[in-house]
Design a protein around this ligand. Sequence first.
Ligand SMILES: [Zn+2]
Length: 160
Amino acid sequence: MDYLWTPWRYAYVSTAEKARSCVFCDAVKLGNDEKARIVHRGQQCFVILNTYPYTPGHVMIVPYAHLDELQKLPSEAASEMMVLSQRMESVLRDLYQPDGINLGMNIGKAAGAGIAGHIHMHVLPRWVADANFVSVVCETRILPETLDVTWERMTKALSS
Ligand SMILES: [Zn+2]
């Protein structure tokens, strides 16, 4: 086997990784919560719609702090994350009448995190028949609601 010795490539890859901006940090800085699809801003964490939802109503609870591990998160932010999880469970139950709720975090790329640099908690409503033939076989998900409509309904529910 031949090896290509490319130390310059490591420098390029590691700086490219650092320079890349973070979608969560960018969303907070955007200054337009409707465009950023932020539905709630708390003291330590905010709630944002998932741009590629698994089911309608799929949100993420994200600390403002750009951290890649849960253990690095200060306990006040971790507590607020859990309080907001309860709040979102209640909002999702009211708005979507799901049969169940998925709540969870993927920490690190190997664990399936799409945005590995900034931890986030997924909260999504589930129905008995949602993991159906279409989504399993065709990698296609049927979303009966646009993100604009979800944003509208959710901000209204959260402000009442
Ligand atoms: Zn970030």
